[in-house]
Design a protein around this ligand. Structure first.
Ligand code: ZN
Length: 437
C-alpha cells in the first residue's frame, strides 16, 4: 500500500508512506508504489500515528445508570456506586460492554488502551472478562491491563492477594491508590510495597495518585522516591495527580525535578478532573487538573487519558481522544501553537511511551498503524475533532468515516461549507512546528 501526498504532524507536506508486510517501509516525497500495490490518495490530509489512551476503566465503561446515577457527581459517590454495582456484574455483560467500547475506539482511531481493572473482588470477575477481551481484540487493538485495587491494597481485606492473583493470570501492570488508604502512612506503605512487587516481577507501575483536592496529598513524592530507589525509571506512571493543582508553589518547585529525575510519567484526565475535582469548593472553584505545561517544561512525559465513558463517575464520552486533548488544551490554557501540538502529542506519542508500545510511530520499521485525519495540522484536528477518514492497522484499513461537509441553502450564500479552510494558515513545509508564544 502507498499513501500519497499526506501532511505529517511535524508540518512536512507532500509526503508519501509505503507499507510492506504490515510495516512502514519508507516515508518521504515521491515514493514509487511497487507493481500492483494499491495507492491511497491522501489529498494533503493529516497522517498521524493512532491515538493511544493511557488511562481508562474498561470494566466500568457503558454502565451508566446501573444501578443508579451518581447524584452528587463526586469521586467518592462514584466509588460507592461502583461498589453497589460490583456484586451485580456478570462476565458476559462486562465482555459485551468492553467489546462495544473497543468498536467505538477503533472507529475513532484509538488503537491502544491502558485500562485499569478492579482486583478488589474475590472472584476476579472483571479481570477474567478483560483478559478475554484483551485476547479477542488483539488483532486490532492493544489492550494493556493494570491490576487496580480500587478499595485500597491495604484498606481492603484480601486486596494484595487478589492483586497478585491478577498478575499471575496475566495482567500487565501494577496499580495502586495511595490517597484512598486509611492514613498518609498507609498510602506511603502501599506505594513502597507495590513498587517492590513490580520490581520483583519486572512489571510497570501505574498508580491512581493524589486524585484529591488536598494539597497535602503528596504520594507522588513517595512514588518518585521508590521509582528511583528500585531502578524503575521510565516504567512508572502517576495518574491524575490532581492535588498538584492545589499544592504550594514552593513545594512543587522541588517536586517536579524529583519526578523528572525518577523518569516518572504523568497522566492527566482532563474530562474527569474538570468534572470531579473542586466539588467541595464554592467560588472560586479549582479546576483540579495537574500542572501539565509545568511538568512538560520540567522534562516529565505527560499523557492525557479518557478515564471514563458512561460509568459511575462520568455520564459522557465516546472514545474520542481528540475530545480529551481539546479539553486538556482548554483547562491547561495551552493555546499557543506549541501548546496545541503538545496536547496532540499527549494523546499519541506521549501515551505510547507510557504504555511502552513497540513499533509505534511513522518512521520506517514501525508497525503500519496510522490514521488519515480530515485536517491539515494537529491544531486543526483538535479544533474540528477531525473526521477519521481512514484507520489503518498493520497495513489494513479497519475503519473509515465520511469526510465532514455541509451544504447550505441560503439566499445569495455559497452552498458548500469547508471548515478546514484557514484564513491565516500556519506556515507549512517546516520540519518543526513553529512556536508562537
Ligand atoms: Zn482512573
Amino acid at each position: 500500500m502507498l499513501i500519497h501526498n499526506a501532511t505529517l504532524p511535524d508540518g512536512r507536506t507532500g509526503i508519501d508512506l509505503l507499507v510492506q508486510q504490515g510495516r512502514i517501509a519508507a516515508v518521504g516525497p515521491n515514493l514509487q508504489a511497487p507493481e500492483g500495490a494499491p495507492v491511497i490518495e491522501a489529498d494533503g490530509w493529516l497522517l498521524s500515528p493512532p491515538f493511544v489512551d493511557a488511562h481508562f476503566h474498561m470494566d466500568a465503561t457503558l454502565s451508566y445508570g446501573l444501578p443508579r446515577v451518581n447524584a452528587s457527581g463526586t469521586l467518592l459517590e462514584g466509588i460507592a456506586l461502583w461498589g453497589e454495582l460490583k456484586p451485580q456484574l456478570t462476565e458476559e455483560a462486562l465482555v459485551e460492554r468492553a467489546l462495544q467500547y473497543c468498536d467505538w475506539a477503533v472507529a475513532r482511531g484509538l488503537l491502544a488502551i491502558r485500562s485499569h481493572v478492579d482486583v478488589c473482588d474475590e472472584r476476579l470477575l472483571a479481570v477474567r472478562a478483560l483478559l478475554y477481551v484483551k485476547q479477542k481484540v488483539s488483532p486490532y487493538l492493544d489492550l494493556q491491563l493494570v491490576a487496580f485495587p480500587q478499595d485500597g491494597v491495604l484498606r481492603s481485606a484480601g486486596a494484595l492477594l487478589n492483586l497478585q492473583r491478577a498478575l499471575d493470570l496475566g495482567v500487565d501492570v501494577v496499580g495502586g491508590i495511595p490517597h484512598f488508604e486509611r492514613t498518609m502512612a498507609d498510602g506511603a506503605e502501599s506505594v513502597k510495597l507495590l513498587c517492590e512487587l513490580a520490581a520483583e516481577r519486572g512489571l510497570r507501575v501505574d498508580m491512581h495518585c493524589d486524585e484529591s483536592d488536598d494539597p497535602l496529598s503528596r504520594h507522588i513524592e513517595t512514588l518518585a522516591f521508590h521509582t528511583q530507589r528500585l531502578g524503575l525509571q521510565g516504567r512508572v506512571t502517576g495518574s491524575h495527580l490532581t492535588s498538584m493543582h492545589s499544592m504550594d508553589n514552593y513545594y512543587v518547585s522541588k517536586l517536579i525535578p524529583l519526578m523528572a529525575e525518577a523518569g516518572l510519567h504523568a497522566v492527566a484526565n482532563p474530562l474527569i478532573n474538570i468534572t470531579l475535582q473542586g466539588r467541595h469548593d464554592t467560588y472560586p472553584k479549582r479546576r483540579g487538573m495537574t500542572r501539565v505545561p509545568e511538568l512538560l517544561a520540567g522534562g516529565v512525559n505527560v499523557g492525557f487519558g479518557h478515564d471514563c465513558v458512561m460509568d459511575p463517575w462520568y455520564s459522557l464520552g465516546s472514545g474520542d481522544m481528540l475530545e480529551v486533548a481539546a479539553m486538556g488544551l482548554h483547562v491547561a490554557q495551552m493555546t499557543s501553537q506549541q501548546g496545541m501540538r503538545q496536547c496532540f502529542d499527549a494523546v499519541t506519542v506521549n501515551n505510547a511511551r507510557i504504555l511502552g508500545l513497540e513499533g509505534y510511530g511513522l518512521a520506517p520499521g514501525c508497525r503500519a498503524d496510522f490514521l488519515l485525519l480530515q485536517a491539515r495540522s494537529p491544531a486543526e484536528a483538535l479544533r474540528l475533532r477531525a473526521a477519521r477518514l481512514l484507520v489503518v492497522r498493520g497495513g489494513e484499513v479497519i475503519a473509515r468515516s465520511p469526510a465532514a461537509s455541509a451544504s447550505l441553502n441560503l439566499p445569495g450564500r455559497p452552498l458548500n461549507v469547508d471548515f478546514t479552510l484557514q484564513r491565516d494558515p500556519v506556515p507549512s513545509g517546516a520540519t518543526e512546528p513553529p512556536s508562537i508564544e
